[in-house]
Design a protein around this ligand. Sequence first.
Ligand SMILES: Nc1ncnc2c1ncn2[C@@H]1O[C@H](COP(=O)(O)OP(=O)(O)OP(=O)(O)O)[C@@H](O)[C@H]1O
Ligand SMILES: Nc1ncnc2c1ncn2[C@@H]1O[C@H](COP(=O)(O)OP(=O)(O)OP(=O)(O)O)[C@@H](O)[C@H]1O
Ligand SMILES: [Mg+2]
Ligand SMILES: [Mg+2]
Lengths: 249, 249
Amino acid sequence: MKKVICFANQKGGVGKTTATVNLAASLGAMGKKVLVVDFDPQGSASLSFGMPDNGSLLLKALETCSPLPVLETPYEGVDLVPSGRNLVAARFQFSLAMAQDFLNICLEQTPGDWEWVLIDCPPSLDVISLAALWAARHVIVPLEGSYLSLNGLEQMAKTVSDLKQQGAKLEIEGILPSRIHPRRRIYWEIMLRLEQDFPNKVAPVIRENVALTEAPGKGKPIHLFARSSNGARDFQEVCSWLVNHFEKK
Amino acid sequence: MKKVICFANQKGGVGKTTATVNLAASLGAMGKKVLVVDFDPQGSASLSFGMPDNGSLLLKALETCSPLPVLETPYEGVDLVPSGRNLVAARFQFSLAMAQDFLNICLEQTPGDWEWVLIDCPPSLDVISLAALWAARHVIVPLEGSYLSLNGLEQMAKTVSDLKQQGAKLEIEGILPSRIHPRRRIYWEIMLRLEQDFPNKVAPVIRENVALTEAPGKGKPIHLFARSSNGARDFQEVCSWLVNHFEKK
Ligand SMILES: Nc1ncnc2c1ncn2[C@@H]1O[C@H](COP(=O)(O)OP(=O)(O)OP(=O)(O)O)[C@@H](O)[C@H]1O
Ligand SMILES: Nc1ncnc2c1ncn2[C@@H]1O[C@H](COP(=O)(O)OP(=O)(O)OP(=O)(O)O)[C@@H](O)[C@H]1O
Ligand SMILES: [Mg+2]
Ligand SMILES: [Mg+2]
């Protein structure tokens, strides 16, 4: 049963891409088959795998309702639908009504036996992120340990509930606290709030770790770039949490 | 001579809002008259001033080419055009061609004698951020000390150059390194790159400082929330740099 998961939060810089890339790589290293869909015109996930792209093949597939362009990455078990600046045109070409289908249709036609499809979303409530949400069944919301970031989570919860009212089969499966400074008081305040509002849905946290900032510059996931760093260990924890969470379903 | 400045970077979470809010407040405290235009449907700048809004008045003004809704903030010299979730509709209602005018027209009709207009942009290359760029004469690009953030700057430079080719009167006036960890090697590498690619345009840096993360939760700018913090001192430096930079013009 293919699990299609969106990493979404309209707040910027909360770790959506870092989570998509590193969880995909960890799942792949465990022997799972994973497809990463870089659905952000910034192409951060593609850059993070060392595979920059201009997004024109992806745009073309969406425009013509064709299978998505899939590349093998150098990382075991992980394939990538790359993206880049040309995907911006999707914002001007597709209407709100088309968001329900334009990614869904292409994903369904894309041949491949991946057990996990992880979609990296842009920081924006627009046709691109809405199309990603319509194509997914599950949402993971990364967020930072900050007040402005909590507002992003609140907005996300509202967006998911609006989509469900329109018929989307979508659930917030997890909240992923990221870029965490564990000794800050604001972190403890936020964790209490999260446990209250989303009981049993809060993933293990990803601490702020310079290795996670550097890894994209080498085009590598954290477990290969800095195997014994806090970043690698934290993502290992989150990966186990993710697998248990979904295997219980 | 009114200075209209956009804080723009399609990369998320690089400190656009934190810079807009705190520089506006510092300029106001120096006796300048400042208008902050919160042009992000997330409404982060409005939240950061303690003035959350649903964005419907702003959307209405844009739809009807009317003066923008302006509120006084509790902070000396600073007025605010607030924003919120309802502004999302602008992404679906305005075409790419309309981006040249739909904010410009409203801003020109908005009565007020502000010397500085600071526009906070969303993390996205779309009709909203393009309208902000068309309404401004100057761009300041905040960025983090990370590889993915440098890609955002590169994209921004390309966007500004495309707009100038279409007739926009727009210049990148400054690069604002934010959320800086001064002891990280990646910071030094990035600073060297910036000085090379944008000589004399790199503002003093804003260091990572928990007070800057907490201040929005109290709806206050940093110089009132934590007057002797590194965040307050760094913004004081950047404010002086900003005033000197523009008064030389
Ligand atoms: N735990 C961490 N420790 C240190 N740096 C991190 C961590 N997580 C992410 N980063 C860095 O912070 C920046 C933002 O992270 P990332 O790009 O993953 O967020 P995002 O939510 O995908 O951003 P956007 O909204 O622009 O898509 C990046 O430069 C990334 O390398
Ligand atoms: N120098 C700093 N030190 C500590 N925290 C900071 C600093 N600058 C910004 N922050 C925090 O980091 C987060 C991102 O900053 P901010 O919202 O200003 O970025 P942004 O570029 O406007 O984000 P977006 O792309 O979502 O609009 C916020 O929670 C903010 O409070
Ligand atoms: Mg991203
Ligand atoms: Mg912002």
